[in-house]
Write a protein that binds this ligand. Structure first.
Ligand code: SF4
Length: 96
């Protein structure tokens, strides 16, 4: 992101993905230096978040962040299950 100021960095909300509070600054980099793909939906009731991201990111990064096909809810759940299985498997290998 460029140096356009972000006066909303410290605002908080309950993250629907994590189930706990996050600041807007977290949402701005949640996807490894790109904003969370849900950031416009999550923050649009608070301020003009889309125009802020358009100015900060530029066209190419904006498209990368918000206009790529997103996984469905089912795909997200399946990914979480796979991660949990892997963590479980890694833990049992360590205890053997
Ligand atoms: S934008 Fe993403 S990280 Fe931020 S609250 Fe929404 S879902 Fe959570």
């Amino acid at each position: 992101m460029n140096d356009i100021s972000n006066p909303f960095e410290e605002q908080e909300m309950r993250c629907p993905k994590l189930g706990g509070p996050v600041t807007f600054s977290y949402c701005c980099v949640e996807a490894v230096n790109l904003p969370c793909s849900r950031a416009i939906r999550c923050w649009c009731d608070r301020f003009e978040v889309e125009s802020l991201f358009r100015r900060k990111l530029g066209d190419e990064k904006f498209r990368l962040a918000f206009e790529q096909p997103q996984p469905t809810r089912l795909e997200n759940i399946l990914e979480l299950i796979e991660r949990a299985k892997k963590i479980n498997s890694d833990d049992s290998e360590r205890s053997d």
